[in-house]
Design a protein around this ligand. Structure first.
Ligand SMILES: [Zn+2]
Length: 208
């Protein structure tokens, strides 16, 4: 962990700053894994759509930044944050999160292995984050010119995809059910490129 992170005021800020140092844009999250800062326009339903153009915080994943000064400012504005979200789909990594859930009656890791066998790809060695409920998040990178959409159980039951506009709960975050942590031996890996055959499954079908 770099000096700036060690000097951070709270443990979660230190983790968020470490992610930012890797080029990952982050936002503070509440214990319920939701953006910790509420919309400054929530009392004004007639306010035109704003993704942060107003200059204030509270625009969900649009607040995300890898700039340490902005990350500190975000967390100073949300001292109740216990976690952080990593925005997917942004440069330089164009992160894609493969969220292998543990829903009763589903075996999402087996479903991913079956997809890999059927479509001829190998799930690469990459950063894996273990969730408090026993799930796993695989971090992959995408090409800069494609926007991978978010999806829930579209690929297979229990496999959710975090793409453009989505976020992943970062390692070191605390939620109501426990702490997120990197799987042993994966913390310092570079997120691996998404295999092309898997990427093809994540993209919407071309318009007819
Ligand atoms: Zn705004």
């Amino acid at each position: 962990m770099a000096t700036s992170a060690r000097r951070a005021g709270t443990p979660v800020l230190a983790h968020a700053l470490s992610a930012a140092e890797r080029g990952l844009a982050v936002i503070p999250l509440s214990p319920r894994k939701l953006p910790a800062l509420r919309s400054p326009h929530r009392a004004d339903p007639a306010h035109p759509p704003c993704h942060g153009e107003c200059g204030r915080f509270g625009h969900g994943v649009h607040d995300a930044s890898a700039d340490p000064a902005r990350v500190r400012a975000l967390f100073a504005a949300a001292p109740w944050a216990t976690g952080y979200g990593i925005a997917c789909g942004l440069p330089p990594h164009h992160l894609i999160g493969v969220d292998l859930d543990t829903k009763p009656g589903t075996d999402s890791p087996a479903a991913l292995r079956a997809l890999a066998a059927r479509h001829g790809f190998t799930v690469p060695e990459t950063v894996v984050v273990l969730t408090p409920s026993g799930g796993r998040h695989l971090w992959l990178t995408g090409p800069p010119d494609v926007a991978v959409p978010n999806s829930a159980s579209r690929l297979a039951p229990g496999i959710d995809i975090r793409g453009a506009g989505g976020y992943l709960v970062g390692p070191g975050s605390r939620g109501t059910r426990g702490t997120y942590a990197t799987a042993r031996g994966t913390a310092h890996l570079r997120p691996a490129p998404c295999p092309p055959a898997l990427l093809a499954l994540l993209l919407p079908p071309p318009p007819r």
